[in-house]
Design a protein around this ligand. Structure first.
Ligand SMILES: Nc1nc2c(ncn2[C@@H]2O[C@H](COP(=O)(O)OP(=O)(O)OP(=O)(O)O)[C@@H](O)[C@H]2O)c(=O)[nH]1
Ligand SMILES: [Mg+2]
Length: 337
């Protein structure tokens, strides 16, 4: 099951109590204070790993509570620190404070971690308070409480290119042809219910990751169809591939293209600045006038245009090459800043 949102409660360990104790030994009268400090409470750490790609675990386990630090003891023995708890989440997870919505961390790389709740410091034992003027303190500190928080975990898949388009546009078919991803493909809308990732390995070029997301329809930004909830997963991609079915009965291609772009804009206007490639799909069964009218519109609007068939592989190689090259370019540009 694919889960991309989760709410968890984390509670770091409280610090252990400092101890009040005095040295008592045969032949050593008035041995002085020897109460040890309390141990440190464990932290709750959130760590990203590339081994996971869903927040499913956090759907099932929503509470993470660390043990408290041990209390200090006599003979200046410090209480044991309690171990940290590590919550593993997929790389690409954004950690937010559920109350303030403040972003605590954006864990985009494997191994990246954040201490989401700090454990409390242990209290000082009475040994600590010994001074020339106060040689037998009969008090010690309590440990500090560990932080507790409710966190929102939000997974945004890390893909280089995102496939968007109406349901049935051929998105899943394309990803299955260019990568080893094997999503379900069928001739009805909303076949894809959760995003799929695929790695594309073009010859002689750097490989890249493509995300196939469920189809969008008009009103998606208001929640129509499967809604725009999955658009989150293309928000971080560098390129959008906008697929348009050019077979009969698929509706007017230009109208479809414009409508979906409008949905994107309403969802997040920033997506309009993303590099977008227009792709006419299913040209093996497509009609020439539809391809031509979409091509003309795109050229006029300044979108690179490709026409492909995932069945005959016509144009697919060219498209992949173009995307790979553009990605290298965009990545290189980023480094210039
Ligand atoms: N003739 C032809 N049919 C295609 C081509 N690509 C996809 N199809 C068919 O179009 C239908 C929809 O394909 P999908 O890949 O499931 O479409 P999708 O965009 O992922 O659809 P959703 O997941 O519902 O949004 C399937 O019946 C495919 O077999 C193509 O290049 N040529
Ligand atoms: Mg699909």
């Amino acid at each position: 099951m694919f889960v991309d949102l989760a709410k968890i409660y984390v509670k770091a360990g409280d610090g252990g109590r400092g101890c009040v104790s005095f040295r008592r030994e045969k032949y050593v009268p008035k041995g002085g204070p020897d109460g040890g400090d309390g141990g440190h409470g464990g932290n709750v750490i959130i760590r990203a790993t590339s081994q996971l790609n869903t927040l499913l675990d956090q759907k099932y386990q929503q509470h993470y509570t660390c043990k408290d630090g041990g209390d200090g003891r006599g003979k200046q023995m410090t209480g044991p620190d309690s171990p940290d708890i590590v919550v593993k989440v997929p790389a690409g997870t954004i950690v937010k404070d559920a109350e303030t919505s403040e972003i605590i961390a954006d864990l985009s790389e494997d191994g990246q971690e954040v201490i989401a709740a700090y454990g409390g410091r242990g209290g000082k034992g009475n040994t600590f308070f010994k001074s020339p003027t106060h040689q037998a303190p009969r008090f010690a500190q309590a440990g500090l409480p560990g932080e507790e928080k409710t966190l929102l975990l939000e997974l945004k898949l890390l893909a280089d290119a995102g496939l968007i388009g109406l349901p049935n546009a051929g998105k899943s078919t394309l990803i299955s042809v260019i990568s080893s991803a094997r999503p379900k493909i069928a001739d009805y809308p909303f076949t894809t219910l959760v995003p799929n990732l695929g790695v594309v390995k073009p010859e002689g070029r750097k490989s890249f990751v493509v995300a196939d997301i469920p189809g969008l329809i008009e009103g998606a930004h208001r929640g129509a169809g499967l809604g725009a909830q999955f658009l989150r997963h293309v928000e971080r991609t560098k390129i959008l591939l906008h697929l348009v079915d050019v077979t009969p009965f698929a509706g007017d291609p230009v109208e479809n293209f414009v409508n979906i772009n409008e949905e994107l804009r309403k969802y997040n206007p920033e997506l309009m600045n993303r590099f977008m490639v227009a792709v006419a799909t299913k040209i093996d069964a497509g009609e020439e006038w539809r391809i031509a009218s979409l091509r003309n519109h795109c050229i006029k609007e300044g979108y690179p245009f490709f026409a492909i068939s995932a069945v005959t592989h016509d144009g697919v190689g060219k498209l992949v090459d173009f995307v790979a090259e553009k990605l290298e370019e965009l990545k290189a540009e980023k480094h210039d800043f």
